[in-house]
Design a protein around this ligand. Structure first.
Ligand SMILES: CC(C)(COP(=O)(O)OP(=O)(O)OC[C@H]1O[C@@H](n2cnc3c(N)ncnc32)[C@H](O)[C@@H]1OP(=O)(O)O)[C@@H](O)C(=O)NCCC(=O)NCCS
Length: 371
């Protein structure tokens, strides 16, 4: 009987980094400009006065201290408040493909394979770069990989759902080795003029090699996968190709990422804790025998709450829940993979859980065991 493994992972993130002091300074100067410009309308009650942001709130509410971004200058420019990016162009690689190839090279090296060994490429991301052709096919072409490639979208669970697809393709005999790539270039879609959202996201990309019977030193056997979805509008983007033809025009800001953060917190924490608890029970694994919980990186408090519900105590060693969110912010679907990549030095036989959750709602939990 064959096993299917995570044979290696790789991450990539941009060099630009914004800490909370810089972000809040820029946001507050935008607020001052706005309030000065709209002084009269604010006094007449026609416009709501904007409130300043604070480093203390951001760190207390989310745990985030800094984030890597594709363009720091554009985001911090109080007359722009968004990164500067190029439009997609046929003569050059897309921004998602560049990020994906960088992460893929690291994963291929760690898995100790070559591109000739890869049978398929799956790109999973929260934000489609374009409608077609698939970024996965662009990357396949650039890395000279034979076989097939496709893109998929599952919000903040795109990474783990893509790993799940790769597993299923291998289990069904379609392929032996699959390159999963998850570019999460979120900052172009963030409204940096919104106090409750401007601090949340960073940019990054992860790649994972899923392989039948891997012999790589860093490999983990996939023991079990559990997927769950439940419809919610609490995290939503209305951006679509339909916007161009829509008769009820929305302004650009209404189309961006928006969320009811408290609603998400309230709904998702118990949902995820129960899903992982049930999954461990079904696999006859005691929660205390899980050495690492590599969880979705949306909020530090959420990660602690979910873990304490699973373990039945909030008295646990914090090193079992790696938190790259502190330095990278919310990386959409690659948060759990960043956590895994940066902190997975387990002994043979030790187990861990990789779990993403977010828009949809969508949840995917994968139990792995170190080879
Ligand atoms: C988004 C999130 C960090 C916000 O934290 P929160 O504690 O719920 O904060 P709220 O937005 O409810 O605001 C609490 C208070 O802080 C204030 N506040 C909000 N943003 C602020 C900021 N940047 N600076 C200072 N104060 C701020 C609010 O005005 C509010 O004040 P009030 O109580 O007087 O009304 C948190 O809800 C969260 O992370 N939820 C999960 C989101 C998630 O998982 N998303 C998945 C996406 S992949």
């Amino acid at each position: 009987m064959h096993n299917i493994h995570i044979a290696g992972t790789g991450i990539w993130y941009p060099d630009d980094k914004i800490n909370n002091d810089e972000l809040v300074d820029s946001y507050n100067s935008y607020v001052d400009l706005f309030n000065t410009k709209n002084k009269e309308a604010i006094e007449n009650g026609d416009v709501i006065q904007m409130q300043q942001s604070s480093v203390e709130f951001i760190e207390k509410a989310s745990g985030i201290k800094s984030r890597h971004v594709i363009d720091k200058n554009g985001i911090l420019d109080n007359k722009r408040m968004m990164p500067r990016v190029n439009n997609e162009h046929e003569d050059r690689l897309s921004i998602h493909a560049v990020a994906g190839i960088n992460a893929a090279k690291n994963a291929i090296k760690q898995a100790n394979i070559s591109t000739n060994d890869i049978d398929a490429v799956i790109v999973g991301t929260s934000h489609a770069a374009r409608n077609y052709p698939a970024v996965a096919i662009e990357i396949q072409n650039e890395l000279k990989i034979n076989g097939y490639a496709y893109d998929m979208l599952v919000g903040c669970s795109s990474t783990t759902f893509a790993i799940n697809n790769a597993y299923s393709d291998i289990a069904s005999g379609l392929a032996n080795t699959i390159l999963v790539i998850n570019p999460e270039i979120s900052t172009p879609f963030v409204n940096f003029t919104h106090r409750d959202k401007h601090f949340i996201f960073g940019d990054g990309c992860a790649a994972t090699i899923i392989q039948k019977d891997s012999t790589s030193e860093k490999s983990f056997k996939i023991i079990d996968r559990k997927l769950y979805t439940q419809f919610s509008n609490n995290i939503r983007s209305n951006y679509s190709y339909l916007n161009r033809a829509a008769i009820d025009t929305k302004n650009n800001e209404d189309l961006l990422f928006h969320q009811n953060g408290r609603g998400v917190f309230k709904d998702v924490c118990p949902l995820v804790a129960k899903l992982i608890t049930d999954q461990l029970e079904l696999n006859k694994i005691e929660p205390k025998d899980i050495s690492k919980f590599w969880l979705h990186q949306a909020n530090g408090k959420m990660i602690r709450l979910i873990t304490s519900k699973i373990l039945g105590t909030d008295d646990f060693d914090s090193s079992i829940t790696p938190m790259p969110i502190i330095n990278f912010g919310n990386l959409a679907s690659v948060g759990s993979l960043f956590a895994f990549n940066l902190d997975n030095d387990l002994e043979a036989g030790q187990k861990g859980v990789i779990c993403s959750f977010g828009a949809g709602y969508s949840v995917c939990s994968i139990i792995v065991e170190k080879n």
